[in-house]
Design a protein around this ligand. Structure first.
Ligand SMILES: *Cc1c(COP(=O)(O)O)cnc(C)c1O
Length: 391
């Protein structure tokens, strides 16, 4: 749908233009929502690039090309949800295959791997991926895939993508990185030799909490061919309206991420000095254990942070329930600020013992810092901490 923009065009320009040139027929600036399930053929088997909308749809192509450009990859594939995208990566594995997984991953990813795919004879080893030795030790001859997130959810740990990519390569395994938290504006894993980047488009890329979607991006045409085969065969593809909404979101991704990062940095710094707060997990703080790795591989530190409160469970539950500007809800990455309690919400499906080992304590609270006035956000947290947490 577009002549690829030259490589020297900056991210902000590609965010707005990559994937779509004004429609030659009408001049439409935005890609139309091609609400058509099928496409006329000129002769049997001679289509004009599209035949059936599960296989491909022009609005979806515009989104896929836009995302590929932003991640610096050649090929993008869009899905009906982040989980559908992640599922498609697992479709690449052979029966009996082994996967090394960073321990602190999205709860839904953990559930898909253990509660669904272990029943299909895939084997998963969960390791502390911030420790390259632990990753190296876990890789065996049967390992076909290494799966990481960075920053991790909800503890905001940082995995050194380049080091883990080298270990995966040594072990003849693919490296897939879930880049949902950072977004391509702040971190591009393909630059550090990851094979596949996965996204929940539901979060920052959509950016307005009004659409669910997922994506996979790769530079390798063979991997893309296989992902495309499963995308079409399984059929968890997004409808064109969802694709349109995400495309509208990616246009403003740079300005949103700049403000998300700025607001989160301000709150993290302030919370770090607050007497009710034991620890702040934010990679932008100099005291974060992986601050140097984060600085090397990220352009800024994003809008997610978590805090540990030294308080009983009931007080922590009151705190997250009583904020007024922060809304108590799962999900993240929208313009509005959200607050949640991982142990009983997003990570409630992770077994209690494993939660403890990972460090997801009852006192842990996760914030998705939005684009409201940071003065209002800070005042909301200050008042609610004072009302609910004894110091
Ligand atoms: C939300 C999320 C997912 C799952 O995406 P859905 O769009 O909800 O299916 C995967 N990984 C991360 C890091 C997420 O935050």
């Amino acid at each position: 749908m577009t002549d690829d923009l030259p490589d020297h065009d900056d991210f902000e320009t590609r965010a707005i233009h990559a994937g779509w040139d004004p429609d030659p027929k009408t001049g439409a600036i935005m890609p139309p929502i091609y609400a058509s399930s099928t496409f006329a053929q000129d002769a049997p088997g001679e289509d004009r690039g599209y035949e059936y909308s599960r296989t491909g749809n022009p609005t979806r192509t515009a989104l896929e090309d836009n995302l590929a450009s932003l991640e610096g990859g050649a090929h993008g594939r869009a899905f009906a949800s982040g989980m559908a995208a992640i599922n498609t990566v697992l479709n690449l594995l052979s029966a009996g295959g082994h996967v090394v997984v960073g321990r602190d991953v999205y709860g839904g990813t953990h559930r898909l791997f253990t509660d669904v795919y272990e029943d299909y004879d895939l084997e998963f080893s969960f390791v502390d991926a911030t420790d390259p030795d632990a990753v190296a030790e876990a890789i065996t001859r049967k390992t076909e895939l290494v799966w990481i997130e960075t920053p991790t959810n909800p503890l905001m740990q940082i995995v050194d993508i380049e080091r883990v990519a080298a270990l995966a390569q040594d072990g003849d395994a693919l490296l897939a990185v879930d880049n949902t938290f950072a977004t391509p504006y702040l971190q591009r894993p393909l630059e550090y030799d990851a094979d596949i980047v996965a996204h929940s488009l539901t979060k920052y890329l959509g950016g307005h909490s009004d659409v669910v979607g997922g994506a996979l991006i790769t530079e390798d045409p063979d991997i893309d061919d296989r992902l495309g085969f499963y995308q079409n065969s399984v059929g968890a593809t997004p409808d064109p309206f969802a694709c349109f909404l995400v495309l509208r979101g990616t246009k403003t991704l740079p300005v949103r991420m700049d403000r998300h990062s700025e607001n989160a940095r301000t709150l993290a710094t302030w919370l770090d000095d607050h007497p009710a707060v034991e620890t702040v997990h934010y990679p932008g703080l100099g005291t974060h254990p992986d601050h140097d790795v984060a600085t090397a591989q990220m352009d800024d530190f994003g809008g997610m942070l978590s805090v540990e409160l030294d308080a009983p469970l009931e007080a922590v539950r009151s705190f997250v329930s009583e904020t007024e500007v922060f809304t108590l809800a799962e999900s993240l990455g929208g313009v509005e600020s959200l607050i949640e309690h991982p142990a009983t919400m997003t990570h409630g499906t992770v077994p209690a013992e494993e939660r403890r080992e990972t460090g997801i304590t009852d006192g842990l609270v996760r914030l998705s810092v939005g684009l409201e006035s940071v003065t209002d956000l800070r005042a909301d947290l200050a008042k609610t901490l004072e009302n609910t947490i004894d110091t």
